[in-house]
Design a binder for this molecule. Structure first.
Ligand SMILES: [Zn+2]
Length: 54
C-alpha cells in the first residue's frame, strides 16, 4: 500500500505495478500515476494522457 499524495489515504499497490501505470485513489477518486518504484512515488496523473507539455 502506498499513500495517496492528494488525500493521504492508502492506495492499493499491486506487485506488478510499473512506472507510468495509472491507478485511481479509491478515497478521493484522483487518478494517480506511478512516478517511481524505489521508493514508490505517486503523482497526480495529467488529465490528458499525452499532454505532458515537454
Ligand atoms: Zn486520494
Amino acid at each position: 500500500m502506498v499513500e495517496c499524495p492528494i488525500c493521504g489515504a492508502e492506495v492499493e499497490f499491486g506487485a506488478h505495478t510499473v512506472v507510468g501505470e495509472l491507478m485511481e485513489c479509491g478515497d478521493c477518486g484522483t487518478e494517480l500515476e506511478v512516478l517511481n518504484l524505489k521508493p514508490v512515488t505517486l503523482g497526480e496523473a495529467p488529465e490528458t494522457e499525452e499532454d505532458w507539455g515537454q
